[in-house]
Design a protein around this ligand. Structure first.
Ligand code: BGC
Length: 757
C-alpha cells in the first residue's frame, strides 16, 4: 500500500477535485504522474453487469452468471450459501476486470409494491442485514469490493430521484438503518452508495447526519461513499455532507465548482482531502488484486442452480408434489419456454447460459410425454384462444404445470407495481386450467408477492420460484421432481390484498414527500399487531418432510443485557426424506416504556436432517436483540423485565416459548423535566426517590379537591387518581396551591433540582 498521505500532499487542487468525480460511467479519474490507477465498478447486485466500454451505461454487458435475485436469496436463509455466491461473484469480477461490484441492496421492503423489491432481501432488518453481510464478506474475501446500496430509505420507485422519505428517528433506527448497520459493522463494505431520494427533506447525497454522523462516525465506516448514478445535485454541498465520489462522469463543471469553492473559502480543503483519502484507500486496495483470466462458467451455473433451488418456496401442496409417475404432463405458460429469471434495469445481466424450464423438465421427466401450450401472450392483451389451447392440453394430461411469470411491464426498476395482481389473462388461464385439471401446479416467477385469492383454492400446489437466476429453470425441475426437497421460507409477508399493506394509506406519497406513517410496524410487525390474516406469513415455507421441535431451553433464567443469551432447541426430521429446516427466533418484550412490535426476528439457523435424525441448534442473542431505540435518549436502550423467546417455523407457527428476565446494565440519564407527569416521575428510579415520600399527600390533596375515595365521596364521578397520574406534576401542584406552603413553581424547581442532583 503506498503512502496515501504523501500522495495527497503532492496532488494539485484540480487533481483532488477530479478524483472525487468519475472519469467515465464506471471509473475514477486516475492520476498517472503519481501512480494512482483508475478504479472500475460495475452493477450488481446478483451478477456482474460489466459493459465493454467504460463510456457506456447500458449497452449489452459481457456474459456473466445471473444468480437469483435478492428475494430468492433471502428466502434461502442460508448465510453460508450467500457467502459462496459472493466468492463466485468476485471471481467473475476479477475475470471481467471489475474492482467493485455495485451491490448488495439492503433497503427494506416497506411495501410489496416497490418496483425494485426483487433486488432487496426482506421486510425484516435483521434478516436483510445478515444476508447482506454474508454476501459482502464472500465478495470481499477475494479482494474485490462491494457497494452497499441504496443508503437510505429508497423504498419505492415513484419519484425516487426527488421524493423525501419522512421518517421519525425511531423508525429510521429500528427499521430502515439496521440492515446497513449490520453489513457495515460485520462486513466492512469498501463502498456505500447513497440513495437518490431525500431523507426528511435533505438529499441523501448531501445528508451529513446520514453519511457522516451515522455512517462514518457512529458506525465507523472507513470506505468511500459513492453517489447513486445521478444522485448529486450540488457537488460542494454533497462533499460537505460526506459524499466522497460522484458518479457517473465526466462532469467538468462539478470539478471546476469544487476548485472554485476551495479557492473562495466556501469549501474547507480538509473536507476534500478526507474524501480523497477515502477514495485512494479503495483505489489502492483494489489494485492489490490482479485482474483478468477466466471464471468457471459451469461451476457458477451449478451454484446458481443450487441457490435457486434453496430459495424457492413451496407455498401449497396437497400431496401432488413431488411428481411421481405421471405419463403425460401438460406444460403451460410462455415462461416455460422463455425463462423469466431476472428483473429489468441496472441489475440486468447478460447470462452465460440459460436453463430453459421446459427442457429441464424433459430431462427429469424420463419417458413421460410433455405437451406445451403458450397460455398467455408477451403483452397485456386478453387472448381467449390461448386459454382454450391450454385447457385442451391440460384436460388430456395427468398433471398440468403452469409457468406464470409477472411480465416486466408490471415489475421492474424505475416504476412501482400498480397492484398485487398477475395479468388478467394469467388469472383467467389459471382458473380455466384448474377447472379441467385437478392436478394443477402453479410455478410463479415474480420478484415479489402477487395476490392469488382468486385461484389458489382451485390448484393442487404452488411454488414461488422468484426471479430465479439463469439456472432457475433446472432448479424448478429439481424441486418439482423431488431431486431437491424445498427448504426456502418467505423473507416477506404475502398479504391477501393491496389494501392490507401497512403503508397503504401513505403510499406512494405526493407533493414531494412520502410519510412513513406506519412507523416501525412494517411487514409482519404490522400484521401481528393488527391480528390480521395474511395469505402467507413471514418465515413460511413447506417441505416434503416434516420437523418436530423439542427441548427448547435458554442459557439462563435471568441475564444481563451485555452478556446476551443462548437459545437451544432440538429439531427432528419426522418424515421420510432428508430435508432442511429454517428455525427462527423471535423476541417479545412483555412490557416496555414505548410501544414495541409484538415480536421481532433476532436469530435463525438452517439445518439439514436425514429422516429420523435430530440435531441441537444453538442461536445466540446479543444486547441488540432485546433493545429498542429510544428517541429521547437518542440511543438503543434495554429495560429490566421479562421477555418471551419464541422459537418458530414461521412468524405464525411458534413451536416453543420460554420466558427470561433481563437486567439492564444501562445507567440512563434522567429525563424528568417540568412537563413530566406524575406517572413519569414515579416510573423513574430517581423521580420515585424524590417524589415518592410526597405521593400519599398528593393523593390526599387531590381527593380533597376533586373528590373520590372514602372520605371525599364521588363528587365528579371518576377515579381522580387515574387522571392525576397523567397530569404534569406542575399542573397538579397548581390545583393544590392553597394547601401548599410554597408557590407550585418553586416547589417543582426544588424537586427537579433534587432529581438531577
Ligand atoms: C441504480 C443503482 C445502480 C446504478 C448504476 C442506478 O440507477 O439505482 O442501483 O448501481 O444506477 O447502474
Amino acid at each position: 500500500m503506498p503512502d496515501i498521505q504523501s500522495i495527497i500532499s503532492q496532488m494539485t487542487l484540480e487533481e483532488k477535485a477530479a478524483l472525487c468525480t468519475g472519469a467515465t460511467s464506471w471509473t475514477t479519474t486516475p492520476v498517472e504522474r503519481l501512480g494512482v490507477p483508475e478504479l472500475f465498478v460495475s452493477d450488481g447486485p446478483h451478477g456482474v453487469r460489466r459493459v465493454p466500454s467504460a463510456d457506456e451505461i447500458a449497452t449489452t454487458s459481457l456474459p456473466a452468471t445471473c444468480f437469483p435475485t435478492a428475494s430468492c436469496l433471502a428466502s434461502t436463509w442460508d448465510v453460508d450459501l450467500l457467502r459462496r455466491m459472493g466468492e463466485a461473484l468476485a471471481e467473475e469480477c476479477i475475470a471481467l476486470k471489475v474492482d467493485v461490484l455495485l451491490g448488495p441492496g439492503a433497503n427494506m421492503k416497506r411495501s410489496p409494491l416497490g418496483g425494485r423489491n426483487f433486488e432487496y432481501f426482506s421486510e425484516d432488518p435483521y434478516l436483510a442485514g445478515e444476508m447482506a453481510a454474508s454476501l459482502i464478506n464472500g465478495v470481499q474475501s477475494q479482494g474485490v469490493g462491494t457497494s452497499l446500496k441504496h443508503f437510505a430509505a429508497n423504498n419505492q420507485e415513484f419519484q425516487r430521484f426527488t421524493i423525501s422519505a419522512e421518517i421519525d428517528e425511531r423508525t429510521l433506527r429500528e427499521i430502515y438503518l439496521p440492515a446497513f448497520e449490520t453489513a457495515v459493522k460485520k462486513a466492512h463494505p469498501w463502498t456505500v452508495m447513497c440513495a437518490y431520494n431525500k431523507l426528511n427533506g435533505v438529499y441523501c447525497s448531501e445528508n451529513y447526519y446520514l453519511l457522516v454522523d451515522i455512517l462514518k462516525k457512529e458506525w465507523g465506516f472507513e470506505g468511500l461513499v459513492v453517489s447513486d448514478w445521478g444522485a448529486v445535485h450540488d457537488r460542494v454541498k454533497s462533499l460537505q455532507g460526506g459524499l466522497d465520489w460522484e458518479m457517473p462522469g465526466p462532469q467538468e463543471r462539478r470539478v471546476k465548482a469544487v476548485v472554485a469553492a476551495v479557492k473562495a473559502g466556501t469549501l474547507d480543503e480538509a473536507v476534500l482531502n478526507e474524501s480523497v483519502r477515502r477514495i485512494l484507500g479503495v483505489v489502492f486496495k483494489a489494485a492489490q488484486t490482479h485482474k483478468g483470466g477466466v471464471f468457471d462458467v459451469d461451476a457458477h451455473h451449478e451454484l446458481a442452480r443450487q441457490i435457486a433451488a434453496e430459495g424457492m418456496v413451496l407455498l401449497k401442496n396437497n400431496g401432488l408434489l413431488p411428481l411421481k409417475d405421471h405419463s403425460h404432463i401438460a406444460v403451460i405458460g410462455r415462461s416455460a419456454e422463455t425463462a423469466h429469471f431476472q428483473g429489468g434495469g441496472s441489475s440486468h445481466i447478460n447470462p452465460t447460459k440459460v436453463a430453459m424450464p421446459f427442457k429441464e423438465l424433459q430431462v427429469r421427466a424420463g419417458s413421460a410425454e410433455l405437451t406445451y401450450a403458450e397460455g398467455y401472450p408477451k403483452d397485456n392483451s386478453l387472448r381467449p384462444d390461448l386459454v382454450q389451447q391450454a385447457v385442451d392440453v391440460a384436460r388430456s394430461a395427468d398433471v398440468a404445470l403452469l409457468y406464470i411469470a409477472l411480465p416486466s411491464f408490471k415489475e421492474s426498476e424505475g416504476y412501482d407495481r400498480p397492484d398485487l395482481d398477475l395479468t388478467g389473462q394469467q388469472i383467467a388461464l389459471i382458473k380455466a386450467v384448474a377447472k379441467v385439471q385437478p392436478n394443477t401446479v402453479v410455478i410463479l416467477n415474480t420478484g415479489a408477492p402477487v395476490a392469488r385469492s382468486a385461484w389458489i383454492a382451485d390448484v393442487a400446489a404452488v411454488l414461488e420460484a422468484w426471479m430465479m437466476g439463469q439456472a432457475g429453470g433446472a432448479a424448478i425441475a429439481d424441486v418439482l421432481f423431488g431431486r431437491v426437497n424445498p427448504s426456502g421460507k418467505l423473507a416477506e409477508t404475502f398479504p391477501l390484498k393491496a389494501s392490507d399493506i401497512p403503508a397503504h394509506v401513505n403510499w406512494p406519497g405526493g407533493n414531494g414527500e412520502v410519510r412513513y406513517g406506519e412507523g416501525i410496524f412494517i411487514g409482519y410487525r404490522y400484521y401481528d399487531e393488527k391480528d390480521m390474516p395474511v395469505l402467507f406469513p413471514f418465515g413460511y415455507g413447506l417441505s416434503y418432510t416434516s420437523f418436530a421441535y423439542s427441548h427448547a431451553r435458554l442459557s439462563a433464567a435471568t441475564f444481563k443485557d451485555v452478556d446476551g443469551l443462548t437459545v437451544s432447541v432440538d429439531v427432528t426430521n419426522t418424515g421420510k426424506v432428508a430435508g432442511k429446516e429454517v428455525v427462527q427466533v423471535y423476541v417479545h418484550d412483555q412490557k416496555s416504556g414505548l410501544v414495541r412490535p409484538h415480536k421481532e426476528l433476532k436469530g435463525f439457523a438452517k439445518v439439514e436432517l436425514q429422516p429420523g435424525e435430530t440435531k441441537t441448534l444453538s442461536i445466540s442473542l446479543d444486547f441488540r436483540a432485546f433493545a429498542y431505540y429510544h428517541p429521547a435518549y437518542r440511543q438503543w436502550i434495554t429495560e429490566d423485565g421479562e421477555f418471551d423467546i419464541l422459537i418458530g417455523a414461521s412468524a405464525a407457527d411458534i413451536r416453543a416459548s420460554q420466558t427470561v428476565t433481563l437486567q439492564s446494565t444501562l445507567d440512563l440519564p434522567c429525563l424528568i423535566d417540568k412537563e413530566s407527569t406524575i406517572r413519569q416521575w414515579m416510573a423513574d428510579r430517581r423521580g420515585q426517590a424524590v417524589l415518592g415520600p410526597f405521593y400519599r399527600q398528593i393523593e390526599e390533596y387531590s381527593r380533597k379537591i376533586f373528590g373520590g375515595g372514602e372520605r371525599y365521596g364521588d363528587s365528579i364521578g371518576m377515579d381522580v387518581m387515574d387522571m392525576i397520574q397523567d397530569m404534569p406534576l406542575l399542573s397538579v401542584l397548581k390545583f393544590q396551591q392553597r394547601l401548599l406552603p410554597l408557590p407550585a413553581e418553586e416547589m417543582l424547581e426544588g424537586l427537579l433540582a433534587q432529581v438531577h442532583a
